[in-house]
Design a protein around this ligand. Structure first.
Ligand code: BTN
Length: 256
């Protein structure tokens, strides 16, 4: 185990820093499948990801050394597979909570787990779960956060923005990483202990475009509607004008 100074019990205690890798999610997945058991909470971070992956087969681009690109191993064997969206909520709320210490307002969570400042994307999360029977066996949680990158290519989707562009000053990557690890651990242990948690309420309250009329597309059909929240399994509930509420899974709806 590599040592570090994180004030956590296990998240980030085994921290492996790489100078370059294709994707920290890929690397962690391979490591976790080796015969030697990897401690839960292991974090792989990379200065440079040359084939970073985003949701829906997108690429995740980040200038080397400027931002946080890391993956975390959890074994949430206590979670039924149909409750796996709890992890999406947990991680987005954790990142939002940490960023709220740096940014006073305009932070939100774009369903399912993009982190937004105003109408711009500051971070994204790629969760890859392994299910055994009716329970989760392993979760690889990849987080990309734009921290000290000064500019972004015009071709990039999602109108990216970085913390330093907003704050006009750089932020220490290791401090930020340790804060995110601590926040994830806190929420994770609460979830694991079965204590009543208001995670869902916090997640929904912070949803981007909640209760606001906006434009969406479903299979090429453009419609106006209002996000009302999520259902039990995390599908997005949108109420189109003059229609009943619709529920969407990943990839089924596009924010216009
Ligand atoms: C998205 O917004 O589409 C999700 C982006 C997730 C990017 C992170 S960076 C660390 C980890 N490794 C990857 O290849 N992807 C995730």
């Amino acid at each position: 185990m590599q040592n570090n100074t994180f004030s956590t019990l296990f998240v980030g205690q085994n921290l492996i820093k790489l100078s370059a890798v294709d994707s920290t999610n890929n690397y962690l997945k391979k490591l976790a499948s080796n015969s030697e058991p990897l401690p839960e909470g292991t974090v792989i971070m990379a200065d440079h990801q040359y084939a970073g992956r985003g949701m829906q087969g997108n690429v995740w681009l980040a200038e080397p050394g400027k931002s946080l690109t890391f993956s975390l191993l959890l074994r949430p064997t206590f979670l039924p597979a149909d409750q796996q969206f709890e992890l999406n909520m947990l991680v987005s709320v954790a990142v939002n909570n940490v960023l709220s210490k740096y940014l006073s307002n305009h932070l939100s969570i774009k369903w399912p787990n993009d982190v937004y400042v105003g109408d711009q994307k500051i971070g994204g999360v790629l969760i890859e779960n392994v299910i055994a029977g009716s329970k989760l066996k392993q979760s690889i949680i990849g987080i990309g956060l734009n921290v000290n990158q000064a500019s972004f290519g015009e071709e990039l989707a999602g109108r990216p923005v970085s913390l330093s562009q907003i704050l006009q000053q750089n932020v220490n990557l290791m401090v930020l990483l340790s804060e995110i690890c601590a926040q994830i651990e806190q929420l994770y242990l609460k979830l694991k202990s079965g204590k009543s948690t208001n995670l869902r309420e916090i997640y929904v309250t912070n949803l981007y475009r909640l209760h606001k009329m906006a434009t969406y597309s479903e299979n090429g059909r453009i419609f106006e509607g209002v996000i009302e929240g999520i259902n039990k399994t995390g599908q997005l509930r949108i109420k189109p004008l003059n229609e009943d509420v619709l529920e969407f899974g990943f990839k089924e709806v596009v924010f216009i």
